[in-house]
Design a protein around this ligand. Structure first.
Ligand SMILES: Cc1cc2nc3c(=O)[nH]c(=O)nc-3n(C[C@H](O)[C@H](O)[C@H](O)COP(=O)(O)OP(=O)(O)OC[C@H]3O[C@@H](n4cnc5c(N)ncnc54)[C@H](O)[C@@H]3O)c2cc1C
Length: 214
């Protein structure tokens, strides 16, 4: 089996525990076929995929097998032409999951839900008649879509990460990356503003006085 690209990152969130992020791209049939939620099989397939990657891989694989909070998901992007049909409307990841690469999943979910609530509050009063909801859903789409288009722009397209992918393909490149990441951490520089999609431009969060009604 071709191992594909493999990535490991550790993140300490408490003095007693450390989180390990494992990821990559692979043509592993075993990993692709592992049933979602079949933790034992997912762990085995992941171990097979990661085996031999160097550094502390074998130690990490053992810890992964022992972990009782293992979580595995495929990186996904949800793009839909329309977020509602009749009285059904989607919000959050179901409507526009921007993938873990953006760091904007929760923000997008909250902003979208807020705009939907605001537009329903604005257009679905007793005096708005039966078409009020249709107007509200259309306005939700019109106001929020430009935000999501910026967040999702270029995500999962190969060209976007070409430089980073090339850098991470060799030990030398990984060394440079780790050196720069260490320096940025020491200097408290947040690289997220270049790597993530947190800077949505020329877009203002609407204000809804309607939401303040009793
Ligand atoms: C590892 C990881 C790291 C992340 N890091 C970040 C980050 O740093 N910053 C960020 O902004 N975002 C991050 N995200 C993304 C963020 O978690 C999601 O974008 C966000 O949770 C989406 O909210 P949601 O309410 O749409 O969906 P969810 O939070 O997934 O909520 C959906 C809920 O529906 C429930 N459900 C599913 N099916 C059914 C059913 N049939 N019946 C009833 N209930 C059901 C689920 O159990 C779940 O509770 C991360 C995601 C992952 C996986």
């Amino acid at each position: 089996m071709a191992p594909g690209k493999r990535m490991m990152m550790t993140r300490r969130h408490s003095p007693h525990k450390i989180q390990v992020y494992l990821g990559g791209t692979t043509d592993s049939v075993r990993l692709k076929n592992s049933r979602r939620g079949d933790t034992k099989e997912e762990k085995e397939a992941f171990a097979e995929f990661l085996h031999g990657a160097g550094w502390k891989t074998e130690e990490i694989i053992q810890s992964m097998k022992d972990a009782d909070d293992f979580y595995c998901e495929r990186l996904a992007l949800v793009k839909l032409d329309c977020w509602s049909k009749g009285h059904m409307v989607l919000i959050g990841d179901a409507a526009h999951c921007p993938s873990g690469r953006t760091g904007m999943g929760t923000t997008s979910s909250m902003v979208g839900a807020y705009i939907l609530a605001g537009e329903i509050g604005r257009h679905c009063g007793a005096e708005d008649g039966k078409d009020g909801l249709a107007v509200a859903l259309k306005a939700y789409e019109q106001k929020f879509r430009p935000f999501m288009e910026q967040v999702q722009q270029g995500v999962l397209e190969d060209s976007e990460d070409g430089l980073l992918d090339s850098l991470m393909a060799t030990s030398f490149g990984i060394g440079i990356f780790n050196y720069l990441a260490g320096k940025m951490s020491f200097l408290k520089i947040n690289p997220a503003k270049w790597m993530m999609k947190e800077n949505v431009k020329n877009w203002d969060l609407p204000e809804y006085e309607e939401l303040l009604r009793d």
